[in-house]
Design a protein around this ligand. Structure first.
Ligand code: GLU
Length: 470
C-alpha cells in the first residue's frame, strides 16, 4: 500500500440478532484502526439473508454502535440494495472467462456427494461446465454462476494477526457467485462491496479466515487491489470455552440496561479483550486512538471476565460527571422534581464512591427520596433495639441545638454526644444510619445528615426514637 492511500476499514454485521459482544469488539477495532491512521471507518449491514435479517436487529445494531460511539463515518451501506451491482460483477467475470455457467442439477450434485461419501473421500465440486460450452439443450435449463478458482499451487495470506497462512488451491472449490434465480451469494456481495467501499483493511473474527481464501481469487480475477487481512481470535468465556450466553455473551443493550454499565467502560473493556498496550488497563478513547495498532492484537482467544468488566465500570463511574450520572440514574428512581434532581447530583460524590454499576448507584440513592416514616430493612430494624433508640434520643437532642447544619457542625455534635455518653462512635452512627436511610449501608453518616438537611434528618431520627406500634 502506498503511503498516500487512506486506510478504510469496515464493520459488516449480519442483522440476524442483537449486536453481541464479539461484534462490538470487531466494530471497535475497525474504528480504532481507522482513527489511529486518519482513515475512514464504515458500516455495512449484510442483510442479504432476507429470511433471517430483521428490522429489529438492524435497529439494535445501530443503537448499540451509537451507545458505544462507533457509528460509521458515513451512512451505513445496505448490502441487499446492491444486488444489481453484484450481478453486474458476476457478468463481468463471465465475460472475462473467470466464471462460468454451471448446469449441474441439485440431483447430480447430491449423487456426487453421496458417491464421495461412500468412497470416503472429501467431496469437491468438479463441474464439467468449467470447460464446456452450453449446447442448445441448456437454453431452457437453469444454471448458477461459479467462480473459476485456480486448481494448482497455493494461496498465501499474510494475515496481520495470524501470520502467514497457506491453503492449497485444490481445496478451494468453484463456489457459486450467482444463484439460479440470479441473486448474488454472500461471498460475491462481500467482495464487491468491500471493493466499491474502498476498504483497504479487513479486520474480523477468525471464523472468517476460510472465507478470505475464497474471496481472494475473486478479487484477483477482477484485478482489484488486495486488502490487508487481520483475523482476530474469537472471545472465549472465563472457563476457556467458546463464549455463549451462559458466560455473559449478551447483546450490547443488556450491558447498558440490565448490567447498568457506562459505554466508556464497555469500550475500554472490549479494547483490552484481545488488544494490549503493555500492562495498561485503564485506557481512554483518546489514548486508544493514539495507541491502537495491529501488532497489539493477541493471537490467542481472550477470555471474557464479567468481574473485571464490573470493576472497570466502577472506575468509570467514579470518574464520571455527577450531573450525567444523576441523569442516568434518575429514571430508576421514579419521577424526580427539579430540587430532587439537584439533591441527587449533590449526593453523587458520596454515592458513586460505593457503586460499580448504575443499579447499585440508584439503590444507594433511594434513601434520599424515601417518605416518612421510613420502611426499615430487616438489618436496619435489627439495629434499632432499645439501647439504639436511647442513643438516637441523645443524638437528636444534640443535633437539634446545632445552629449551622454543615458537615463540620454535625460531625462535631455527634462526636461530642458520643464522648459525653461514653459511647463508641459506631453506637451512634449505626442507629443513625438505620433511622436516616432505612438501611444498614449508606454513605458516611455525616454526609447523609447534610444531604437530607436539618428538618428531614431530625424528623427521621425522631420517628425512630420510639418503638413502632405493632
Ligand atoms: N457479516 C459477517 C458476520 O456478521 C461478517 C463478514 C465480514 O466481515 O466479512 O459475521
Amino acid at each position: 500500500m502506498s503511503a498516500s492511500t487512506q486506510i478504510v476499514t469496515r464493520f459488516a454485521p449480519s442483522p440476524t440478532g442483537f449486536l453481541h459482544i464479539g461484534g462490538a469488539r470487531t466494530a471497535l477495532f475497525n474504528y480504532l484502526l481507522a482513527r489511529a491512521n486518519d482513515g475512514k471507518y464504515l458500516v455495512r449491514i449484510e442483510d442479504t439473508d432476507k429470511k433471517r435479517s430483521t428490522p429489529e436487529a438492524i435497529e439494535a445494531i445501530h443503537d448499540g454502535l451509537e451507545w458505544l460511539g462507533l457509528l460509521g463515518d458515513e451512512e451505513p451501506v445496505f448490502q441487499s440494495q446492491r444486488a444489481e451491482r453484484h450481478a453486474e460483477v458476476a457478468q463481468q467475470l463471465l465475460d472475462s472467462g473467470h466464471a462460468y455457467k454451471c448446469y449441474l442439477t441439485q440431483e447430480e450434485l447430491q449423487a456426487r456427494r453421496e458417491k464421495a461419501q461412500a468412497e470416503k473421500r472429501p467431496f469437491r465440486i468438479n463441474s464439467e461446465w468449467r470447460d464446456q460450452q452450453p449446447g442448445p439443450e441448456q437454453e431452457s435449463q437453469s444454471y448458477v454462476v461459479r467462480l473459476k478458482t485456480p486448481d494448482d499451487g497455493e494461496t498465501v495470506i499474510e494475515d496481520q494477526v495470524q501470520g502467514t497462512i497457506r491453503v492449497k488451491n485444490a481445496e478451494i472449490d468453484d463456489y457459486v457467485i450467482l444463484r439460479g434465480d440470479g441473486t448474488p451469494t454472500y461471498m460475491l456481495a462481500v467482495v464487491v462491496d468491500d471493493h466499491d467501499m474502498g476498504v483497504t483493511h479487513i479486520m474480523r473474527g477468525d471464523d472468517h479466515l476460510n472465507n478470505a481464501f475464497r474471496q481472494l481469487p475473486l478479487i484477483r480475477a477482477m484485478g482489484w487491489d488486495e486488502p490487508t487481512y487481520a483475523h482476530v481470535p474469537l472471545i472465549h468465556g472465563a472457563d476457556g470455552a467458546k463464549l455463549s450466553k451462559r458466560h455473559g455473551a449478551l447483546g450490547v443493550d443488556a450491558y447498558r440496561d440490565e448490567m447498568g454499565l457506562l459505554p466508556e467502560a464497555v469500550f475500554n473493556y472490549l479494547l483490552r479483550l484481545g488488544w494490549g498496550h503493555g500492562d495498561d488497563e485503564i485506557i481512554s478513547r483518546e489514548q486508544a486512538i493514539e495507541w491502537f495498532d495491529l501488532k497489539g492484537v493477541g493471537k490467542s482467544p481472550s477470555r471474557f471476565d464479567t468481574k473485571k468488566l464490573l470493576n472497570l465500570n466502577g472506575h468509570y463511574i467514579r470518574e464520571a460527571d455527577n450531573g450525567r450520572l444523576a441523569q442516568l440514574v434518575a429514571p430508576k428512581l421514579g419521577e424526580l422534581e427539579d430540587d430532587q434532581m439537584a439533591l441527587l447530583e449533590r449526593a453523587m460524590p458520596e454515592l458513586k464512591a460505593r457503586a460499580n454499576d448504575l443499579h447499585q448507584l440508584a439503590e444507594g440513592a433511594e434513601f434520599l427520596f424515601k417518605t416518612r416514616p421510613l420502611q426499615m430493612s430487616e438489618k436496619a430494624a435489627a439495629i434499632l433495639d432499645a439501647e439504639a433508640r436511647d442513643n438516637l434520643v441523645l443524638a437528636h437532642a444534640g443535633l437539634e441545638k446545632l445552629d449551622e447544619w454543615s458537615l463540620e457542625g454535625v460531625e462535631n455534635v455527634i462526636r461530642e454526644v458520643a464522648e459525653a455518653a461514653e459511647l463508641k462512635l459506631g453506637k451512634l452512627a449505626q442507629p443513625l444510619r438505620a433511622a436516616l436511610t432505612g438501611s444498614n449501608t449508606s454513605p458516611g453518616i455525616f454526609d447523609v445528615l447534610v444531604l437530607l438537611g436539618r428538618d428531614e434528618s431530625l424528623a427521621r431520627i425522631a420517628d425512630q426514637t420510639v418503638e413502632p406500634k405493632e
